[in-house]
Design a protein around this ligand. Structure first.
Ligand SMILES: C[S@@+](CC[C@H](N)C(=O)[O-])C[C@H]1O[C@@H](n2cnc3c(N)ncnc32)[C@H](O)[C@@H]1O
Length: 238
């Protein structure tokens, strides 16, 4: 099954082009300063300011997303609209969230708008860092990145992305990662845990990709306190 970034889902609309700032990435992927080094892929990057903020810290960060086929003039206002669409979902479904990282829905909108602003500024300034491509096929060589981060596509959109897509996408990210792939969250948009995670991990293992479910120091979606960490086959060669 292919993944259309704007395909409608049964009850929560098209895949959101969200705009998380680095502070959220640090929490949801448990990123320490030592992790923010080398070459990092954000896949999908959406309207997140991870690449902008990481690059400002000297990290060689790149993002992939089908949304990057759009010009800066098209994408900047769209990402701001998407911040409001995501914010409305949060307001309409308050019980799906834990209000510790964000104080309330207003704070959520404020931080995401700042993420969108930084993203748009950097997208216009440094467009080579934003590659229009889509999982499960990435236009990079094996081991091209030290770390690959993947948030809010896999598992989140389990209503439209099937098990084979998840397997192919995770194997592809493991192919381009030298050290680790981290994927978060392991729940869907209704905060329901991905029901076939054990089977998916077994299939990854059979393909030579070891995996681990690791706790993270962040929770916004209720119960989203873990990430999936993949160790690509090459990490076991040494
Ligand atoms: C909810 S956003 C997540 C963005 C960012 N990682 C974050 O956490 O804010 C989901 C993104 O997935 C992108 N997308 C949809 N299908 C995709 C695919 N097959 N491969 C890569 N990205 C895809 C969408 O365009 C959208 O920007």
């Amino acid at each position: 099954m292919s993944a259309d970034s704007r395909a409608p889902g049964p009850d929560h609309g098209a895949t959101l082009i969200s705009a998380r700032p680095l502070a959220e990435y640090r929490g949801m992927f448990d990123l320490r300063d030592a992790d923010l080094a080398g070459r990092i892929l954000d896949c999908p990057g959406g309207g997140a300011s991870f690449v902008a903020e990481a690059t400002a810290r000297g990290v060689d960060a790149i993002a992939v997303d089908p949304a990057y086929s759009r010009s800066a003039a098209e994408l900047a206002p769209l990402v701001l609209e998407e911040v409001d669409r995501g914010n409305r979902y949060v307001i309409d479904n308050p019980d799906l969230y834990v209000w510790t990282f964000f104080r309330d829905a207003g704070h959520h909108r404020e931080l995401r708008r700042e993420g969108a602003r930084r993203f748009a500024e950097h997208y216009a300034l440094d467009p080579e860092r934003y590659i229009p491509a889509e999982l499960p096929d990435l236009p990079f060589a094996d081991d091209a990145f030290d770390l690959v981060l993947s948030s809010y596509l896999l598992f989140t959109y389990a209503d439209r992305l099937d098990d084979d897509f998840h397997l192919r996408a995770l194997r592809e990210m493991a192919r381009v990662a030298r050290r680790e792939v981290r994927a978060y969250p392991l729940l869907d948009i209704r905060a329901v845990p991905y029901p076939r995670l054990d089977r998916l991990r077994a299939r990854l293992g059979a393909a030579g990709v070891d995996s681990e479910v690791r706790g993270v120091p962040y929770e916004f979606q209720a119960g989203a306190t873990t990430m999936l960490v993949l160790a690509p086959p090459n990490t076991r060669r040494a």
